[in-house]
Each structure stands twice: as C-alpha cells, then as structure tokens.
Design a protein around this ligand. Structure first.
Ligand code: NAI
Length: 263
C-alpha cells in the first residue's frame, strides 16, 4: 500500500533543546514559551533575574524539567560557552539557538565622548559579538542535531534609518550580514541560519513611547496599522526552527506589519 501523503517533512520540534537569549521579557519570553508549548526543552538566559520566573512559568505549564534559567550578561566573553554547556549538560543535546537579546542605547554624535563610546561598545558587544560567540560555541552540537537551527533577531531598523541610534542600526544590519555568512559556513553540516527583523512591537523596548504616538506611527507607517505583539514574532521564529524549514537559510525575514514595504 503506497503512502498517500505527499508531504514528508516534520513540523515537530518535540524533544529538541533550544537556547533563547534575552528571555526574561518581551519577544524572548514569548519565544521560550512557544518553543516549550511545541515540546522543546528551553534554556532561557537573561541578565535580569526575572528569567528565573519565566522558567517557573514554563515549568508550571509543562513540567519542571522543561526549562533551565541562566542569569548572565550574554556580552561577557565566557557567557555564550557557559550557556551551551548548561544546555548540553542539562539535556544532552542542542538543536536551536535564538539570538534575541538586544539593546538600543543612544549613540548620538553630540553625546559626550564617554557616553558615546560606552553606548557604541556596549551595543556592539550585546547585539553583534555575543550572537557570534554563541553560534561559535553551539556549532559542534548543532551539527549533531537532525534539525540544527539558528535564528537571529535583528530589526526593521537594519533597513531603515533613525537619527541618534547609529550603533543600533549598524549592529542590526550587521546581524543580517553575519546571518548570511554563517549560513554559508554552517550549510555543509545541515544547520540553517536565518534572521527575523521585527517592526514595532509592544515590549519594554518601546514602553517609553506614549500610546498615542505609537498609534499615530503605526497608522501612518505600517500596512496593518498597528503595533505587533511578542507572540507574532515568536511564531515566525519558531516556524524557522521546524525540521520542515530545512531549505530556508541565510534569509532575512521582515515581520513588521508591512513597515518596510511602505518605505
Ligand atoms: P525587551 O527589552 O523586552 O527584551 C530584551 C531582553 O534582553 C531583556 O529581558 C533584557 O534584559 C535582555 N538583555 C539585554 N541585554 C542583555 C545582555 N547583555 N545579556 C542578557 N540579556 C540581555 O525587548 P524586546 O522588544 O523583546 O527585544 C528583543 C529583540 O527584538 C531585541 O534584539 C530587539 O533589538 C529586537 N527588536 C525589538 C523591537 C521592538 O519594537 N520591541 C523592534 C525590532 C527589533
């Protein structure tokens, strides 16, 4: 009896292990929850101790063995390797890395030299150097996975321009280039590397913007005329992590409600 199903690729990540950085809040927290909902064991990392609460939330829904919290500054040189160790020691494998932690410190040319230098160096360390180190530490383990996946979280700002945040724009554009290069480097081992560029999303990062200004911006600039939710980004991140997404690599996907298509 021939198999009547045409489709062969799995949409299940049950039993896979994922690292999510910046998982104490916002997009990272939503992504960690969704990965766990889909059956993953998640290692949630953040510099904020609130990440322990996220691990507890996941544990309450799915069982205590499904989430490991690591409180660490991902920009410390040893942190990425420690995170990979925690995943492999705790679960015996590593399949998915989501480089989500990010900061947007101001880097206006008019800032005092010390502030400008700190803003620039810290933004590069968190948004660009840490993801590179994490992929480097994870690569050998991802090679053993049946579906090794890296998803980098950049920003619509990688393709747009706002005065006073050149370090943020540069690191997010840099992340799209790094994604392409790593996709070529890790392609032979079957690991895919992709990049999601969120548009305006309701999280702590945009909490300082008054609600009325957000509504006006969204109405004028996005096709969908609204801010997005953390879960709407998480859903696309997790889609790229499925075994079925095996032929998508080096891609940059804008999940921005139609912000960038409007220019
Ligand atoms: P968020 O501020 O709610 O979450 C970011 C998390 O990263 C925080 O929990 C923070 O503690 C953590 N983090 C920052 N630096 C860290 C470090 N050195 N070590 C460990 N953890 C660190 O912000 P959101 O919006 O959830 O941001 C997630 C990602 O999405 C970031 O990379 C951001 O640049 C990107 N993004 C967000 C947009 C938005 O409108 N909210 C738009 C475009 C991109």
């Amino acid at each position: 009896m021939p198999d009547a199903r045409l489709t062969k690729l799995s949409r299940s990540i049950a039993g896979h292990t994922a690292i999510v950085t910046g998982a104490a809040a916002g997009i990272g927290r939503a992504t960690a929850h969704l990965l766990a909902d889909e059956g993953c064991r998640v290692v949630v990392a953040d510099r904020e101790p609130g990440v322990e609460r996220v691990a507890e939330e996941i544990g309450q829904v799915h069982g205590a063995d499904r989430a490991i919290a690591v409180v660490a500054d991902i920009a410390s040189p040893g942190s990425p390797a420690d995170l990979v160790d925690a995943a492999v020691r705790g679960t015996g494998r590593l399949d998915i890395v989501v480089n989500n932690a990010g900061i947007g410190l101001p880097t206006a040319l008019t800032q005092p030299e010390a502030d400008y230098a700190t803003g620039w160096e810290r933004t590069v360390a968190v948004n660009l150097t840490a993801p590179a180190r994490l992929v480097r530490a994870a690569a050998v383990h991802l090679a053993r996975s049946p579906a090794g996946r890296v998803v980098n979280v950049a920003s619509s700002e990688s393709a747009l321009a706002t005065a006073g945040i050149s370090a943020y724009s540069a690191t997010k554009a840099g992340l799209t280039g790094m994604t392409r290069s790593l996709a070529v480097e890790l392609g032979p081992q079957g690991t895919t590397v992709n990049c999601i560029c969120p548009g305006p999303i309701d999280t702590a990062m945009t909490a300082h913007i008054p609600a009325a200004d957000k509504a006006t911006y969204a109405r004028r600039r996005t096709a969908l005329r609204r801010y997005g939710t953390p879960e709407e980004i998480a859903q696309m991140i997790v889609s790229l992590c499925l075994p079925a997404a095996a032929f998508t690599t080096g891609a940059t996907l804008f999940v921005d409600g139609g912000l960038t298509i409007r220019g």
